[in-house]
Ligand binder design. Structure first.
Ligand code: GAR
Length: 198
């Protein structure tokens, strides 16, 4: 049975595009929905151009009512009957209740070598720390922010003249490759780790 994948985005959606494009041929999954909390996310038009149904659940009208937002999010996601949820640049923190409903079925891409640099500004923090290596991670989503089991990592060297911007630019295409590879394995029931040095 082909698995159905819902992809949650907030911005440009380049990882989403890579995932959607990867799910062809004998791939065990297909994209069923692209959902954004941001009505202005550039990724929405990209998903539509790829023929994927899109939905927007704008978090702003909910204000501090996080449970209300997540209730609407959960309904929208559940309607698409996904087997797997991929967070791809989705910049809202999910509550443990939402995560519990999808634990073991939800992946995220994060621009650091987890467990280093959970949260935001990962490239700048890498430079500030003087690290010689950086990278990206795909992990299962658990209640601990950016803390679930790592399923794949791509490692790059940090050059003396690197900046947060140059690291981000070099890493993004590697994120695309890694996420597509991990999703393919995950959809086939394979949770073995993929570690690559670029
Ligand atoms: C990616 O670099 C992704 O790793 C990062 O946001 C960017 C989204 O780009 N995610 C996080 O920082 C999650 N904490 P995209 O919208 O072009 O895929």
């Amino acid at each position: 049975m082909t698995k159905r994948v819902a992809i949650l985005i907030s911005g440009s959606g380049s990882n989403m595009v890579s995932l959607v494009k990867s799910m062809t041929g004998d791939h065990p999954a297909r994209a069923a929905l692209v959902l954004s909390n941001n009505p202005d996310a550039a990724g929405l038009a990209k998903a539509q151009a790829l023929g994927i149904p899109t939905k927007v659940i704008d978090h702003r009208p909910f204000g501090k009512d996080r449970a209300g937002f997540e209730g609407a999010l959960l309904t929208a996601v559940t309607d698409a009957q996904p087997d797997i949820i991929c967070l791809a640049g989705f910049m809202r923190i999910l509550t443990p209740d939402f995560i519990a409903a999808w634990e073991g079925k939800m992946l995220n891409i994060h621009p650091s070598l987890l467990p280093k640099y959970k949260g935001l500004n990962t490239h700048a923090r890498t430079i500030a720390a003087g690290d010689r290596e950086h990278g990206c991670s795909v992990h299962e989503v658990t209640a601990e922010l950016d803390g679930g089991p790592v399923l794949g990592q791509t490692i790059i060297d940090v050059a003396a003249d690197d900046t947060a911007e140059s690291l981000a630019a070099r890493l993004l295409p590697l994120e695309h490759d890694l996420y597509a590879k991990v999703l393919r394995r995950f959809a086939a029931g394979d949770r073995s780790k993929i570690i690559t040095r670029a």
